[in-house]
Design a binder for this molecule. Structure first.
Ligand code: SF4
Ligand code: SF4
Length: 210
């Protein structure tokens, strides 16, 4: 009988304790938000997903070299004379663009958000954004491509660059051949006769002997 009443007492007292805590919290300031409809303000120096503005990228590879986990992959193609790289051929700061960038990938599955790639960029075209919600069901979904060239355009630029390089090599070889032929035909250079050495004996010696 004693246990029976003890159980009733414990049940009522625990309910009252729980209800009092709930009641108290009803009048306190809320600490949760309705994410994702509501979002917290990000800290000033947050690090999130990177973005590359390809209009300003000169393909210098500095960012990829600085990356400690090698998650940036860049391929470049040399522009041939007459080619305009990008929309204007220059960056927004007026720097000349001489390389096409057919591949610029960042693997965010490997990225550790250290931001080391951002600082060496000479044109400040790679930077952290405020995007932090980009989860994916596959690893491939975290491989981001930033190039603005289609595979067809890249293939065309590559072909043009190869043809130009082959042409330049041919010209170089031809010039070297012509120079070698000229050298073979030219008469041997005549060595000017050397002036005989003067007798360097001091004059006063002669007078002594006589
Ligand atoms: S933030 Fe760090 S890890 Fe990520 S791409 Fe840049 S250098 Fe590499
Ligand atoms: S450092 Fe900047 S300009 Fe150079 S390849 Fe990277 S993003 Fe492009």
């Amino acid at each position: 009988m004693k246990v029976y009443f003890k159980n009733i007492y414990q049940t009522i007292s625990t309910i009252l304790i729980g209800m009092s805590i709930t009641f108290r919290h009803m009048f306190q300031k809320k600490v949760t938000i309705m994410y994702p409809e509501q979002k917290l303000q990000l800290p000033e120096r947050e690090r999130n997903r990177l973005f590359v503005n390809m209009d300003d990228c000169i393909g210098c590879d500095q960012c990829a070299k600085a990356c400690p986990v090698s998650c940036i992959e860049i391929e470049t193609i040399k522009a041939v004379p007459g080619d305009i790289v990008g929309k204007t051929g220059t960056t927004s700061q007026g720097k000349k663009k001489a390389l096409f960038v057919p591949k610029f990938t960042i693997d965010f599955a490997k990225c550790c958000y250290c931001q080391l790639c951002v600082f060496p960029c000479p044109t400040e075209c790679i930077y952290m954004t405020d995007v932090f919600e980009f989860s994916s069901f596959t690893r491939d979904g975290l491989l981001y491509e930033f190039t603005d060239l289609t595979p067809e355009q890249a293939a065309e630029k590559r072909k043009k660059a190869d043809e130009f390089a082959a042409e330049q090599l041919k010209k170089k070889e031809l010039a070297a051949k012509e120079a070698a032929e000229k050298k073979a035909v030219a008469p041997p250079a005549v060595k000017p006769a050397e002036e005989p050495k003067k007798d360097t004996k001091p004059e006063n010696n002669e007078t002594k002997e006589s």
